[in-house]
Design a protein around this ligand. Structure first.
Ligand code: SF4
Length: 289
């Protein structure tokens, strides 16, 4: 049975007040991946909700996503799917996101203008590519919430696009050409979660789990990476990863996980101030001192 989330509901909330020792209300693949990547960064971002300037790549990715969404919705509903209409949706999203979710970490106006133009170019490249949706999609921006065996809370997920044959497609903005062999592995939690949601909601197994990369190289590229549907082993592995995140959040296990990703982490100062048992108020106080 499909359970659709209210579109205004946050894509993920932990359901925790800090240190409440209760289960989150649901888990999404993006929340699980963020938690497993660095649980302390997850805490700063999603539990303590410490605001930082939006990274340029994230801002651009969201504006490109909004443009593609407008194109796919137009294909679905028979609306205006012209290049001009999609470019307009991109410009509107670029400005709206800056106003509502900014500030964006632009160094100066020149960097902002370059980012805006880069986004327009990748959107145009997608519309001009063989990957641009020609048929009517089965669904666009579908949000599902399902109980999955082995998970102690419902699984949620928002699929960018579902093709007529039930293939879920997720769009990624990228600075460099992806390594196809690793891309599906890197996004395993998300892709297999979509399959689990699709199977629970419709009883259908997708023939393929697809990623479409929009690469912001000088000449933008559009690259589809297909991966076969997960077998029982892959599904069990992903459910175990999702449940590890659920249990870690429920038990307030948040600690630094230093690795290469620290180079671009925005919470380095808060992280340096961290000691076991500290509250976020302690961290703010220590950081301000
Ligand atoms: S600096 Fe590294 S260890 Fe610390 S919160 Fe950020 S990602 Fe985690």
């Amino acid at each position: 049975m499909i359970a659709t989330l209210n579109p205004h509901e946050a894509p993920f909330t932990t359901g925790l007040t800090p240190w409440a020792q209760t289960l989150p209300q649901h888990i999404s693949p993006s929340a699980a991946k963020a938690y497993l990547g660095c649980s302390l960064k997850f805490y700063f971002e999603r539990v303590a909700c410490i605001r930082k300037a939006t990274p340029v790549a994230l801002h651009l990715g969201k504006a490109v996503h909004a443009a593609l969404q407008s194109f796919h919705l137009a294909r679905w509903r028979g609306g205006d799917d012209s290049v001009e209409a999609v470019a307009n949706a991109y410009e509107l999203a670029f400005h709206r996101l800056e106003r509502d979710e900014g500030p964006v970490n632009f160094d100066d106006e020149a960097e902002r203008e370059k980012a805006r133009q880069d986004g327009l170019r990748v959107v145009a490249a997608y519309l001009d590519s063989p990957e641009a949706m020609k048929e009517k999609p089965r669904a666009v921006e579908v949000m599902l919430k399902e109980n999955i065996p082995g998970l102690s809370v419902p699984l949620t997920g928002a699929m960018d696009l579902v093709e007529g044959n039930f293939t879920p497609v997720d769009f990624k903005s990228a600075a460099a050409k992806p390594d196809s062999a690793n891309a599906a592995f890197d996004h395993e939690i998300q892709l297999v979660s979509y399959q689990l949601l699709m199977e629970a909601a419709t009883g259908e197994t997708p023939p393929s789990l697809d990623l479409v990369f929009l690469v912001k190289t000088k000449t933008p590229q559009v690259i589809r990476v297909k991966s076969p549907p997960a077998d029982a082993h892959r599904k069990r592995r992903v459910v175990a990863l999702l449940e590890t995140a659920v249990q870690g959040i429920a038990e307030d296990r948040f600690h630094p996980q230093p690795a290469m990703h620290c180079s671009w982490c925005q919470f380095k100062n808060e992280c340096k101030a961290w000691l076991p048992g500290m509250t976020v108020e302690d961290i703010h106080r220590k950081h301000a001192a």
